[in-house]
Design a protein around this ligand. Structure first.
Ligand code: GDP
Ligand code: MG
Length: 418
């Protein structure tokens, strides 16, 4: 998705005059990209209509950056789709809240319950897990294993077949034990059967959850809207968690799930491991969707690894478009501390390949003659090929950094996607 949309915007950027025709072509391109990314047709169509309404080309005073206005409109539209306008119920530490998880079998409920509990436990909460899935053989064992590993109290039964009874018993017990986050895992089925929805309704009725979280597998494609809506119609879903975002899914399902449930996405699952779980943030998500890079994630990393006293200077230089070999050298040393480098760089537009630090000189690379390259090669004891590779890498990076020229570099916690 990111690729096609940024291509569409790029094409528009290359056009010297942005008129109705260019805008339409751009919107059509984006429409195609969104549809391919499993965003529901109706959502895409509405978005297109809204953008056309907002961007009145004739009204734009001369001198205004029309391209920027259109980009901003697309960005805002996608953010609006992902923001249902009201926050979900937020549990309070120290006060018992019941959180019920629903979703199809295999969507990742049991895994996500544990991640959710673990996330809060690390922040000083007292979570507990209740296994109300009596349908699937092995469901209790799975939850028990997860909970034991994370040292989270759990409740369930191998013999009791009534999910409502277990749910009520578990919730009661953990209320007495002063747990402040009582998480009820429910069963799913292969299909959206009437019996499943009836069971969910009964569990909800009996445990009176403060929040029902709908768990959705990000790879289910165009089915996302209908599935989310079916759950919303049976129980009062108040929040969404999208799982398996580490896979090939393109993220469009998140927009459908929010639209169908009128509830915000609160977390995303990014792997099978208990700590592969992230707070969902609309703007960075949309930035990434549009191939604009995850500024806030990148900035957090910069703030983590670049020594405090160097930060303002580095950001200043980057925003001025001053990317020199020396900056590359110095920053590689910091950047390498960022961990899996591809992961960090994948947050930014234009980065993909692995980047390795090499011997380098602080000269203007444009003035690198063959004899100079040979001299550097001899001096550093590296083959000339490597010196040339390093210069190629510099050029590639310089191109990427040059896109940052003139951008307002956000401070920690701020976001400026455009
Ligand atoms: P449930 O039937 O809804 O309870 O789903 P489970 O929690 O049992 O998960 C089904 C499968 O999806 C398991 O193999 C999980 O390890 C896997 N899974 C869950 N969340 C994620 C995720 O965010 N990323 C990946 N890669 N796998 C996940
Ligand atoms: Mg399960």
């Amino acid at each position: 998705l990111g690729g096609s949309i940024s291509r569409a915007i790029q094409q528009m950027s290359n056009a010297t005059i942005i008129d109705e025709k260019v805008l339409n072509e751009c919107l059509n391109e984006i429409t195609r990209a969104l549809l391919q990314s499993d965003v529901q047709f109706k959502l895409v169509r509405d978005m297109q209509t809204n953008i056309k309404k907002i961007v009145n080309l004739d009204d734009l005073a001369a001198g205004h950056n029309k391209r920027k206005i259109i980009q901003q409109a697309i960005f805002n539209e996608l953010c609006t789709i992902l923001d249902p306008g009201k926050p979900s119920f937020t549990p309070k530490k120290g006060k018992a809240s019941v959180i019920m998880f629903v979703g199809l079998q295999g969507s990742g409920k049991t895994t996500t319950c544990t991640k959710y509990a673990y996330y809060h436990q690390k922040k000083g909460w007292k979570p507990a897990l209740v296994c109300a899935d009596t349908f699937r053989a092995g469901a209790f064992d799975q939850l028990k294993q997860n909970a034991t590993k994370a040292k989270i109290p759990f409740y369930g039964s191998y013999t009791e077949s009534d999910p409502v009874r277990i749910a009520v018993e578990g919730v009661e017990r953990f209320k007495q034990e002063n747990c402040d986050l009582i998480i009820v895992d429910t069963s799913g089925r292969h299909k959206q059967e009437a019996s499943l929805f009836e069971e969910m309704r009964q569990v909800a009725e009996a445990t009176k959850p403060d929040l029902v979280i709908f768990v959705m597998d990000s790879s289910i494609g165009q089915a996302a809207f209908d599935q989310a809506q079916a759950f919303k119609q049976s129980v009062s879903v108040g929040a969404v968690i999208i799982t398996k975002m580490d896979g090939h899914a393109k993220g469009g399902g998140a927009l459908s799930a929010v639209a169908a449930t009128k509830s915000p996405v609160i977390f995303i699952g990014t792997g099978e491991h208990i700590d592969e779980f992230e707070v969902f943030d609309v703007k960075p998500f949309v930035s990434r969707l549009l191939g604009m890079g995850d500024w806030s994630g990148f900035m957090d990393k910069i703030h983590e690894v670049v020594p405090m006293d160097q930060q303002p200077e580095l950001l200043q230089k980057l925003s001025e478009g001053n990317f020199t070999l020396r900056i590359m050298y110095e920053q590689f040393q910091n950047i390498l501390k960022m961990g899996p480098i591809g992961q960090v760089f994948s947050m930014l537009p234009g980065f993909s390949a692995e980047l390795m630090p090499k011997e380098l000189d602080n000269s203007n690379p444009k003035l690198m003659t063959e004899s100079r390259i040979m001299r550097i090669a001899r001096g550093s004891g590296r083959p000339p090929r490597e010196v040339m590779d390093m210069l190629e890498e510099y050029k590639r990076l310089a191109k990427v950094w040059s896109k940052m020229k003139g951008l307002k570099i956000p401070k920690k916690g701020e976001m400026s996607a455009l």
